[in-house]
Design a protein around this ligand. Structure first.
Ligand SMILES: [Zn+2]
Length: 202
C-alpha cells in the first residue's frame, strides 16, 4: 500500500481521455486500486479517479457518507469503465470541491437522477440507480476520466470560492453591521444549498 501524489488542475494528465481497463487479472491493477483507496482516505476525500493520481485508466473509487442528503450510505465502490445515463433532464446545483482543485469550491449543475453501469474489480458488469449526492459524485468522478474538472461545468463562475473565505466574510459582516456582498444575497434566493465549509472533496 502506498499514498500516491495527487495531480492538480493544470497538469496534462487531468485533461485527456483515460483508457478502458481490459485486463482484470493483472495483480498490479488490484495493488493500484488499494493504493487509490489509501490515498483517498489519507486526503480526506469521498471520491478519487485514477488520472488524479497520474494513471490514465478508467477507474474511479467513491463512497457516500451516511446521512448525506438524508439518504443512505453507499459503501466504498470501485467503478471500472463506468457509463452514465440520465433518467431525466432534471438538474440541480450544489457546491463541489475536488482534490485536484484544492482550497476551492463552486456551484455545479448535475443531473439529479442517473443510471450507471460499470465493471467491478473482477470485471463483472454492475448496474445501479442514483440520485442526489450519490449521483453527483458519480458524475464528478466519471468526468475526470474524460478530462473534465468541475470548474468547466460551472454556469456562474462568480460562485468559485476559497473554502475558508465564507467564514471570514461572516466575521466582517458582524463587525461592519452590514452585508458587503450582494452576490451572496442573490445566492440565497436560488435553490443552491448553503455552503458547508467541511464539504468533502471528490
Ligand atoms: Zn475531482
Amino acid at each position: 500500500m502506498a499514498i500516491l501524489d495527487i495531480a492538480r488542475m493544470g497538469h496534462p494528465i487531468l485533461k485527456g481521455r483515460s483508457h478502458e481497463v481490459t485486463n482484470f487479472d493483472d495483480p498490479e491493477l488490484h495493488t493500484f486500486i488499494d493504493d487509490m483507496k489509501e490515498t483517498m482516505v489519507h486526503a480526506g476525500g469521498v471520491g478519487l479517479a485514477a488520472p488524479q493520481v497520474y494513471v490514465p485508466l478508467r477507474i474511479v473509487i467513491f463512497f457516500v457518507p451516511e446521512g448525506r442528503d438524508g439518504g443512505a450510505a453507499v459503501p466504498m465502490t470501485v467503478m471500472i469503465n463506468p457509463v452514465i445515463k440520465p433518467v431525466s433532464d432534471a438538474m440541480a446545483e450544489d457546491w463541489e470541491g475536488c482534490l485536484s482543485v484544492p482550497y476551492l469550491t463552486g456551484v455545479v449543475p448535475r443531473w439529479t437522477q442517473i443510471k450507471y453501469s460499470y465493471q467491478d474489480v473482477d470485471g463483472s458488469l454492475r448496474e445501479r440507480s442514483a440520485e442526489g449526492f450519490h449521483a453527483r459524485v458519480v458524475q464528478h468522478e466519471t468526468d475526470h476520466l474524460d478530462g473534465v474538472l468541475y470548474p468547466m461545468r460551472m454556469i456562474d463562475i462568480a460562485t468559485l470560492s476559497f473554502t475558508d473565505a465564507q467564514a471570514d466574510d461572516e466575521e466582517e459582516d458582524l463587525e461592519d453591521g452590514e452585508s458587503d456582498d450582494e452576490t451572496l444575497e442573490h445566492e440565497a434566493e436560488t435553490d443552491v444549498p448553503e455552503r458547508d465549509a467541511a464539504e468533502p472533496a471528490l
